[in-house]
Design a protein around this ligand. Structure first.
Ligand code: C5P
Ligand code: C5P
Ligand code: ZN
Length: 468
């Protein structure tokens, strides 16, 4: 797919402005897509010789904007956010340049957003992908080939789960193609389980809870048996270490995939679910095999493990190529993140959800961090406790007294029936004195604690209208 020419022209206009800046602030969102967006933009700025400072923020707000003005930056490049707050961003003491894929609340001259060009910002291009086009346009100014940055942009798209329909689509495909052409990325149909590079083989299958394989998922012995019955050696011949999926040859992989398919079919797993076992996967060819950074989906989880715990800078530096101590630090953070995800999903399983007419929700209070409650809401969809027939909302306390965070997630099928969570979150939150936004399939808001019930009533009603 070719990139829309209007979108590309806008990328060049933004790049030309940035190229001449000397007091530039780059500010980005604290999740995998936001970190990779910043990583891509910052490397392109370095290569173009544009000096810049980089900041991260959980949710762009008035405080951030005032701080930016106090620091006296000339131009501010917003990546992976900014569009939802455009009316507050314009008419400031700085020139805004926005490279984002969230639902805009206005427009400005230097505003690069796929949604303004009929490109779907929740499935066809991520924040990092948008930043990638800006980077490409920056490179073009003085003949620098920035296509190698496409691999990091793909990590961002995968981090935003834009590959959830079996692979990346839309303009994302052009980003993938650039990465492949530049020799930094491989895109290949493969097993869609998390941990292809780093998980010991039996664990890969034991933990495969997105698609449940009967007798294998959550079953250590069953996972080993599936592999052994398929004739796969579990340990490496030379050193006796557990083998990883990425160590297997194509023939071995196919045998195991067939066995997993067969097991699912024999146990009545619906065909559309079984299909989700295989999809396009993305390998970063410049990274060491067997490491978290080699696989786009493992890489993106590592980044979330830094950014969502006030350590965005660690993930950002990894995106920019730092290894050694920085990478060690990121891996340490990942251990905590994994434990929190496990405990969070268990919390939902133990406490269940409350059903309203058109939606379901849970309130995690202070049991789950507000920065990961959305991830857990999404993960809970794959567990039997949560029905896929309604959107899910999740509440958590924030560090601002009296304010709660709400995250929402939907499914592709619900979108087809008219669901748009970004509208639900922005309209219902502003009706109760909060603010929010996001994407049709995943959105969030912050609202006053005392208005949660009112917010729920409004959201239930609006979702009902959208789905009718
Ligand atoms: O702010 P940002 O756009 O980066 O966040 C997108 C969020 O939407 C991510 O948490 C991502 O996991 C979620 N999402 C989702 N399912 C999709 C697309 C996005 O849960 N199909
Ligand atoms: O935080 P969570 O993962 O639920 O965010 C889902 C999406 O909603 C993200 O794209 C995020 O940027 C957006 N969001 C927002 N305003 C908020 C909270 C989240 O636009 N107050
Ligand atoms: Zn994003």
């Amino acid at each position: 797919m070719e990139v829309d020419s209007g979108f590309w022209d806008k990328a060049r206009e933004c790049a030309e402005h940035i190229y001449g800046c000397d007091e530039l602030l780059l500010i980005s969102h604290i999740d995998a897509d936001g970190l990779t967006a910043a990583g891509v933009a910052s490397q392109a700025l370095d290569r173009a010789g544009v000096e810049h400072t980089t900041w991260f923020s959980k949710q762009l707000d008035e405080d951030d904007l005032q701080e930016i003005e106090t620091e006296g930056f000339d131009t501010v490049l917003f990546t992976d956010f900014g569009s939802g707050l455009l009316t507050d961003v314009v008419d400031r003491d700085f020139t805004p340049v926005v490279a984002d894929h969230h639902q805009p609340d206005g427009d400005c001259r230097l505003h690069l957003n796929p949604l303004l060009f009929d490109i779907d910002g929740s499935s066809e291009l991520s924040g990092a992908g948008t930043a990638y086009y800006l980077a490409k346009a920056l490179g073009e100014i003085d003949g620098v080939d920035n296509r190698d940055l496409a691999s990091i942009a793909v990590v961002g798209a995968v981090g935003d789960m834009q590959d959830s329909d079996g692979g990346l689509s839309g303009v994302n495909r052009s980003v993938v193609k650039d990465g492949v052409d530049a020799g930094v990325l491989e895109a290949k149909q493969d097993l869609q389980l998390f941990g292809r590079q780093t998980r010991p083989l039996p664990k890969l299958f034991q933990y495969s809870t997105d698609v449940r394989i009967p007798g294998v998922s959550n079953n250590q012995g069953g996972a080993r048996e599936l592999l052994e019955d398929a004739g796969v050696e579990l340990k490496a011949e030379d050193n006796g270490d557990w083998r990883r999926w990425s160590d297997l040859g194509d023939g071995e992989k196919q045998t195991v995939i067939n066995a997993a398919f067969e097991r699912c079919m024999q146990n009545g797993v619906p065909a559309d679910k079984i299909d989700r076992l295989v999809g396009e996967t993305y390998t970063l060819l410049d990274e060491e095999p067997g490491t978290l950074l080699r696989d786009a989906s493992e890489f993106s989880t590592l980044l979330n493990a830094t950014a969502r715990y006030d350590e965005a800078d660690v993930g950002f530096r990894v995106c920019k190529g730092e290894r050694g101590e920085t990478f060690m630090e990121a891996k340490e953070l990942l251990r905590t993140h994994r434990r929190n995800l496990r405990e969070g999903v268990q919390y939902v399983a133990d406490n269940g959800v409350t059903e309203l007419e058109n939606l379901q929700y849970f309130d995690a209070g202070d049991e789950i961090r507000d920065t990961i409650v959305g991830i857990i809401a999404g993960m809970s969809y794959n567990r039997s406790a949560v029905s896929r027939s309604k959107p899910i909302l999740a509440f958590a306390e924030t560090d601002e007294p009296g304010e709660v965070k709400v995250s929402s997630r939907g499914t592709g099928r619900l979108l087809g029936k008219g669901l748009d969570l970004s509208v639900v979150m922005s309209e219902c939150s502003s009706a109760v004195g909060g603010e929010g936004g996001g994407h049709d399939i995943a959105a969030g808001a912050q609202i006053p604690e005392e208005n949660v019930d009112e917010f729920l009533d409004l959201a239930d009603e609006l979702v009902g209208e959208q789905l009718s």
